[in-house]
Design a protein around this ligand. Structure first.
Ligand code: AP5
Ligand code: MG
Length: 206
């Protein structure tokens, strides 16, 4: 199964991807996580993308497509993939169609007015990539999954969230029609509880 999780910043892509990846044994590929790991390690790629990520804009298309192409060529992708945060615009979507086209695209549909709350209350684990919210875990410093330190992402500020949303609306939202036209789009209500959203995805995937 070749799956894409589409949705606005904070719509729950990372949260759902962890469950989907485990249930369906698919490699979870998040371009955002790959970039963040490179920034943490200060690799040449990380140095190149840090400034643009900090402002909430998209990293260069050619570099991102190359990175995904290389990742999809790894042996763990031979039975499928679960892409989270890629593609982000029409250019990336048509590049993916050339590399290894998806079977299904799940669009996590969320009321955009809820995003700021979700993102400013998020706590992230840099070790296991867990994503939590203070509403559910309280103001704790350790990851409920692996016990490592929880951090706040550098781009999870009110100002940067506004920019990320603007980028989403102009560049990424058109992918909804792109995949609808291919007959691959499935809308899932992302405003429900984490468990209800996952149950709906499982129903859709069968
Ligand atoms: P990326 O890391 O992909 O960030 P994003 O798309 O902005 O999405 P987020 O990770 O913020 O949100 P999410 O949908 O994963 O939500 P989550 O599950 O964590 O990209 C970051 C940056 O990297 C980009 O801005 C860009 O610079 C660069 N980049 C990445 N990919 C790129 C590409 N392809 N091309 C170019 N540049 C790229 O949930 C959010 C919060 O909500 C959490 O606190 C969670 O606990 C909570 N929550 C989740 N589900 C629910 C629910 N159902 N009910 C209540 N709360 C919930
Ligand atoms: Mg994410």
């Amino acid at each position: 199964m070749k799956l894409i999780l589409l949705g606005a910043p904070g719509s729950g892509k990372g949260t759902q991807a962890a469950y989907i990846s485990e249930k369906y044994d698919l490699p979870h590929i998040s371009t955002g996580e790959i970039f963040r790991e490179n920034i943490k390690e200060m690799t040449p790629l990380g140095v190149k993308v840090k400034a643009v990520m900090d402002t909430g804009n998209l990293c260069p298309d050619d570099l991102t497509v190359e990175l995904v192409k290389e990742r999809l060529s790894k042996p763990d992708c031979k039975n499928g993939y679960l892409l989270d945060g890629f593609p982000r615009n029409i250019y990336q979507a048509s590049a993916l169609d050339e590399i290894d086209a998806p079977d299904k695209v799940i669009n996590l549909d969320i009321d955009l007015s809820k995003i700021e709350h979700r993102i400013t209350g998020r706590r992230s684990c840099a070790k296991c990539n867990g994503s939590y919210h203070v509403d559910f875990i309280g103001n704790v410093n350790t990851c409920p999954n692996c016990g490592s330190e929880l951090t706040i992402r550098k781009d999870d500020t009110v100002e940067v969230v506004k920019e990320r949303l603007a980028v989403y609306e102009v560049q990424t939202a058109p992918l909804i029609d792109y995949y609808k036209a291919q007959g691959k789009l499935v809308n899932v209500d992302g405003d429900k509880s984490i468990k209800e959203v996952f149950d709906e995805i499982v129903k859709v995937l069968g």
